[in-house]
Design a protein around this ligand. Structure first.
Ligand SMILES: NC(=O)c1ccc[n+]([C@@H]2O[C@H](COP(=O)([O-])OP(=O)(O)OC[C@H]3O[C@@H](n4cnc5c(N)ncnc54)[C@H](O)[C@@H]3O)[C@@H](O)[C@H]2O)c1
Ligand SMILES: O=P(O)(O)OC[C@@H](O)[C@@H](O)[C@H](O)[C@H](O)CO
Length: 475
């Protein structure tokens, strides 16, 4: 364990108990260093009983800015727990190193290191670059290029010195191949992104790419790598400049990389950890054999409602979740969606209480969770948050009106210029340019839904209702 140097402006004196005296040894590698991993997985790791044994080396996906700011603070940062009436400040000490995403040398070293037992990911829904069935999308430019680079590296053919994988999965597969070649021990890969069966999706992505790039890797993966699925929950909005100022004013210390989160937090995991893991359960995480009911409840009800509020709320001139949920029109659409979600979830999940708690969480006006942030990549989000419920409702002979409202709000938002920041921007533009844009958009969302003329007509009808009074357009 190395002695942690005291960052000049963020001294340990301010710190809550969660900060160990010395930096814990790196045994977790994180991909997708951003806000959420620091309010959630790093928080659980810092609060586990054995926190002194588990440090995190975290890698950003793209930019190096956050990694640089954290490095200047020795990995330490303040978590602002923002309740409806108070802020609580805590310095988190589980991130030991922060790296830019393109620091491939360090990443490969960390992935091959025998001490590394766990790899966690928060690379966003689109970061998996997968087809709807979860296999790697080899038609995607970045993924196709990565495959070429990995094959060249695997065959020891002459490779340009600058040839490097750029996708998260490409980098991970290369690291796993190096671990295999080094005779490294088993490890667990833990997806913490808002996707159903996120561990299974990661498995299909890694296995597909490995099989196409490195012939010996798939067998090694089968014996040495477990894929853990998780349902993750803690509302973590983007930090604004004024939050940095607030930390300085409240603690007397300058922190260039604070994180804000609501007090609520939940983590449900399912899967094996062949080389151990932090005692996350001592910090409140739950381990279950069957994750599906928990992930569907969270993805459909919380995230589905978020996407609805984002699309409908932006159209109605709202900026944040708290503003949108206070609008009776949005609130009633959320309730109708939740009725449909609830009908498709198993009994025993305490859904009445869950709904009440969600309303309370959404109404926390001190959390400025911007609708524009939630609206990014809406197509991929609606595919997993809303389309499956609509398909189940229709399959049961019902009308799926609540889901139709969400989908119509998304279409109206797109046509008004919102929800355009999307990894599927090109497909959306093609649909908009087609003779029947809404039919095209519905087809992108779900072939099954698009093939149901009654549902398509329902969406059309909702669209007409929602789009008519919308006077707001994106700037
Ligand atoms: N913020 C929340 O409230 C919250 C809650 C639950 C789950 N999540 C999950 O965590 C993810 C990240 O949220 P965040 O708040 O940390 O966002 P963020 O923007 O702060 O960080 C996202 C990280 O992912 C990387 N990334 C983005 N696109 C990528 C790509 N195509 N390939 C590889 N890496 C990519 C970014 O570089 C960054 O490191 C969400 O997309 C979601 O799946 C977030
Ligand atoms: O983080 P995203 O972009 O997948 O989704 C936006 C929000 O719905 C999401 O961040 C929720 O706030 C979060 O999932 C709550 O745990």
């Amino acid at each position: 364990m190395s002695e942690r140097t005291q960052p000049p402006l963020l001294a340990r004196a301010s710190v809550a108990e969660a900060l160990p005296a010395t930096a814990p040894p790196v045994r977790i590698v994180h991909l997708g260093l951003g806000a959420f991993s620091r309010s959630h997985q790093a928080w659980y790791t810092a609060h586990a009983d054995d926190a002194s044994e588990w440090g995190i080396a975290a890698y950003a996906g793209r930019s190096r800015d956050l990694a640089d700011r954290l490095t200047a603070q020795d990995g330490l940062y303040t978590l602002i727990e923002r309740g409806p009436e108070y802020d609580r400040f805590e310095v988190i000490g589980s991130v030991v190193r922060a790296h830019a995403g393109d620091d491939l040398e360090s990443l490969l070293r960390d992935l091959a290191a025998p001490d590394t037992a766990v790899v966690t990911l928060t690379i966003t829904e689109t970061g998996y670059v997968s087809t709807p069935d979860g296999s790697p999308d080899l038609d995607h430019f970045g993924m196709a290029r990565d495959l070429e680079v990995l094959r060249a590296l695997g065959s020891d053919a002459a490779v340009e010195p600058t040839a490097r994988p750029v996708t998260a999965l490409g980098r991970l597969v290369l690291g796993l191949e190096l671990r295999r070649r080094a005779g490294g021990p088993a490890l667990a890969l833990v997806s913490c992104d808002n996707l159903p069966d996120n561990g299974g999706r990661l498995r299909r992505g890694i296995e597909g790419l490995a099989a196409a790039a490195f012939p010996a890797l798939p067998d090694w993966l089968a014996d040495h790598v477990s894929f853990v699925s998780t349902s993750v929950d803690r509302i973590t909005p983007r930090v604004e400049a004024r939050d940095v100022a607030e930390v300085a004013a409240a603690t007397g210390r300058l922190d260039e990389a604070p994180v804000i989160a609501e007090p609520f937090s939940d983590w449900v995991l399912s899967g094996e950890f062949p080389s151990g893991r932090p005692a996350w359960e001592t910090a409140g995480a739950t381990f279950v054999a069957d994750l599906e009911p928990y992930e569907f409840r969270k993805l459909w009800m919380l995230n589905g409602a978020h996407s609805l509020l984002a699309c409908a709320g932006l159209l109605r001139g709202h900026v944040s979740v708290a503003e949108a949920i206070a609008d009776p029109e949005c609130r009633s659409a959320v309730e109708r969606l939740w009725d449909e979600d609830a009908r498709n979830l198993p009994a025993g999940l305490g859904l009445d209480h869950y709904r009440d708690a969600l309303l309370e969480r959404f109404s926390n006006a001190r959390i400025e969770h911007r609708l524009e942030q939630i609206a990014i990549d809406s197509l991929a989000k609606l595919r997993v948050r809303v389309a499956p419920v609509a398909e189940r409702e229709l399959g049961a002979g019902r009308t799926a009106e609540g889901c139709a409202t969400v989908i119509a709000a998304w279409m109206a938002a797109i046509e008004s210029g919102f929800c355009r920041a999307d990894a599927a921007e090109r497909e959306i533009a093609d649909a908009l340019a087609s003779p029947n844009p809404r039919e095209g958009l519905l087809g992108l969302l779900s072939a099954k839904l698009a093939a149901d003329p009654v549902f398509a007509a329902k969406v059309e009808c909702e669209f007409a209702r929602i789009a008519a009074p919308a006077e707001v357009t994106a700037k």
